[in-house]
Design a protein around this ligand. Structure first.
Ligand code: PLP
Length: 227
């Protein structure tokens, strides 16, 4: 087996075991393969193994690889910081955007979503640890921004995303994950069709699944170190 094949099956096994340990039904946690700074060839290999959802953080790099992989049915997620002059291309070339953090960006993404495509799936990024350098909205803005998405025809709100501060001690990281799960339940109670809590990466996917993540974003554990 190739390295990628081994790491793919190992990652799926980690997700399956963590889901079972948390008494979550099989298939309720989706794997997003984070392919930023990884080659188109590696993406193709992983796709051939059955992986369909891929996440990218840098627009130009993503567009180049998308062109090389145009023959594959890939669900593309944008997960990186977004400069407003990039929003039109992101709206046209991705299926999901997970790093949405302002009303202005929501309006631009909706306005630029081509009408022949299905609405763009949106996750609002929460700055759960209130880190100054990190993007994301604070919890108080969650309901107003969600109400805005509901009014925008080019968008469909699916849930929340966060990148907890990796420098915190484990119990504080757990607390951040639990806060996210609480916000997710609150959003589900207020809006329809909210089904995605994007939490957990290569090193913390088990804890994220235990606290309620429905989508883990895994890069290095699948592909090895970034180029
Ligand atoms: C790079 C990245 C990941 C993947 O990180 P790994 O540690 O390589 O698994 C997940 N989420 C976001 C938002 C990222 O930028």
């Amino acid at each position: 087996m190739s390295d990628i094949s081994c790491s793919y099956h190992a990652t799926i096994r980690r997700i399956t075991l963590a889901s079972a340990a948390a008494s979550r039904p099989a298939g309720t946690v989706k794997l997003l393969a984070v392919s930023k700074k990884q080659s188109a060839n590696k993406i193709r290999t992983l796709h051939n193994l059955g992986q369909t959802a891929f996440g990218e953080s840098y627009l130009q790099e993503a567009l180049t690889k998308q062109a090389e992989l145009a023959d594959l049915a890939i669900e593309w997620h944008f997960i990186g910081p977004i400069q407003s002059n990039k929003s039109a291309k992101i709206a046209a070339h991705f299926d999901w955007v997970q790093s949405v953090d302002s009303a202005r960006l929501l309006q631009r993404l909706s306005a630029h979503r081509p009408s022949e495509l299905a609405p763009l799936n949106i996750l609002l990024q929460i700055n759960i640890d209130n880190e100054i350098q990190k993007r994301g909205i604070s919890a108080v803005d969650l309901i107003p921004l969600s109400a805005l998405v509901a009014e925008l025809p080019g968008l469909r709100l699916r849930g929340l995303m966060a990148i907890p501060d990796p420098g915190k001690p484990a119990h504080e990281q757990l607390h951040s994950l639990e806060k996210m799960a609480g916000l997710f339940r609150y959003l589900q109670a207020e809006f329809r069709n909210i089904d995605t809590l994007s939490l957990g990466m290569s090193t913390d996917l088990e804890t994220a699944i235990t606290t309620g993540s429905t989508m883990v974003r895994v890069g290095t554990a699948l592909f090895g170190p970034r180029e």
